[in-house]
Design a protein around this ligand. Structure first.
Ligand code: SAH
Length: 461
């Protein structure tokens, strides 16, 4: 290690920024996060720095005088003039400040890391200048791991430290803090229920005992396949899960984002094998949560779209277990994105319908007459095998035979395939192209098509 990371105390200290351009403004943005006094040494200031000075948060000095660097903890230098940079660096160093000269590593005592800021939690990443691009990529990864509200929870915990020390014997404190940083108070705070979180913490402190760990079930949307189509919240739930129950359609790439020592249970249907019955899944997730474990039920796309989420929520609530939905990108959104086509088009398709080709065994096929209307864009899920039936019903309900149709298989994965056709050739195209499940069938019945057809007189106006 050529550079050793340390955190500098800023309160009551001064930071001097020499230079008034964009580079200086960038450093100033960083220092504004601290409570240091800021002095900007420059004749002319870029509009952003002018704003900072006007707000009273920084003071401008036109040149560096004998006192400028006194009490300075840190001096950034970016005048753009090599000789001037060098002189300022030597004055600042003589005054005892740590010096950073932008783009001149040979004149630097210290380097600014990539920072992930969840004040008071701060993560600094450095690569000793060897790979700044990698540093930024690591920063992005860490950003996804740390919940946005983490900092304010840690600050709250900090304010309660003395009270905890008073109420808990030293041997019990660790247990309390372990609960505090993973239990319901933590989850409530991260979910935006800050008052509930504070109350839970204070109740536990008043009792002098951390509550038994409560289990929790998160129905998490895994998105359509590509791992970068997961939400940050989904990644966080995967990172803190004790056990993950996942479906066949969940891409292995997505599971890689889970905490390494989380148990993984496959509950989906493999080709030719039997699916786990839903009531068995319901029982199992509830049983795991009842042990106090954090359960993730990972489902493809959005858990609330054809995901049988309702049954799992009911089972959890019946057992008194906290349950939440973490929404995901549903297959129709991903398929439309793959086509670079919107799901609705102003003036053409004002209604967007999500529907299915496959219902519960024994149920009647949904009536399609009311969706086969001009101005409608329809996404059919679980419909590859039922394409002929969909085609027949829509045509019989009056949809024109040349309604444009797109079939998107395995959207967002490296197996993605697409075919464009018309309603009258839908089933034929799927067979001819051999398009596999999972796929979305998009049928569009734009208003302009109806106008065209009625002009030709094939449809009653
Ligand atoms: N909850 C999921 C849907 C589950 S039902 C979601 O919101 O996407 C399963 C159906 O979803 C499949 O039959 C198929 O129609 C669709 N599907 C799932 N993943 C898909 C993908 N990557 N590409 C196209 N369709 C997909």
């Amino acid at each position: 290690m050529k550079n050793f990371p340390m955190f500098l105390r800023m309160t009551g200290r001064r930071v001097v920024i020499c230079g008034g351009g964009e580079e200086a403004a960038r450093k100033c943005r960083l220092i504004l996060k601290t409570d240091a006094e800021i002095v900007i040494v420059a004749d002319g200031l870029d509009p952003e720095l002018e704003g900072v000075v006007a707000s009273g948060r920084a003071r401008q000095a036109h040149e560096a005088g004998p006192d400028t660097f006194a009490n300075a903890v840190l001096v950034f230098i970016a005048t753009g003039d090599e000789e001037q940079d060098r002189q300022l660096a030597s004055h600042a160093r003589a005054a005892g400040a740590v010096v950073n000269v932008i783009d001149r590593p040979e004149l630097c005592d210290a380097f600014t890391p990539s920072i992930v800021d969840r004040d008071p939690v701060v993560v600094a990443i450095g690569t000793e200048g060897a790979a700044p691009v990698l540093g930024r990529a690591i920063k992005t990864e860490v950003e996804t791991m740390l919940a946005p509200r983490l900092g304010s929870f840690v600050a709250l915990a900090g304010r309660l430290r003395d009270a905890v020390a008073e109420r808990f014997a030293p041997s019990a404190r660790r247990g309390f803090w372990e609960w505090a940083f993973s239990g319901e108070a933590f989850r409530a705070h991260l979910a935006g229920r800050e008052r509930d979180a504070a109350r839970l913490l204070k109740d536990a402190i008043a009792l002098g005992k951390a509550p038994d760990r409560q289990g929790h079930i998160a129905l998490v949307g895994a998105g359509p396949g590509a791992r970068d189509l997961l939400t940050l919240r989904a990644v966080q739930r995967l990172q803190s899960a004790d056990v993950i129950f996942y479906d066949r359609l969940v891409d292995p790439e997505v599971l890689e984002l889970a905490r390494r020592d989380a148990d993984r249970v496959f509950v989906g249907k493999d080709v030719g094998a039997c699916a786990w019955p839903q009531d068995r899944i319901d029982r199992l997730i509830v049983a795991e949560a009842a042990k106090g474990r954090r359960v993730v039920r990972l489902k493809s796309g959005d858990p609330s779209v054809f995901g049988r989420a309702g049954e799992e929520i009911a089972a959890a609530l019946a057992a008194g277990i906290e349950v939440e939905i973490v929404p995901g990108i549903t297959a129709a959104s991903a398929a439309a994105a793959s086509l670079t086509r919107p799901l609705t088009e102003r003036g053409e398709t004002d209604t967007f319908v999500i529907t299915t080709g496959t219902c519960r065994p024994g149920d009647a096929t949904p009536t399609r007459a009311h969706i086969a209307q001009p101005g409608t864009s329809m996404a059919f899920y679980m419909a590859v095998e039922k394409a002929a039936e969909v085609q027949r019903d829509l045509l019989a309900s009056g949809a024109p035979s040349d309604c444009p149709v797109d079939i998107v298989s395995c959207a967002s994965t490296d197996r993605e395939r697409h075919a464009a056709t018309t309603l009258s050739r839908l089933a034929e195209t799927i067979t001819a192209e051999g398009l596999p499940s999972p796929a979305i069938l998009f049928v569009r019945y734009p208003k302009s098509l109806r106008a065209e057809v009625s002009e030709k007189g094939t449809v009653a106006a």
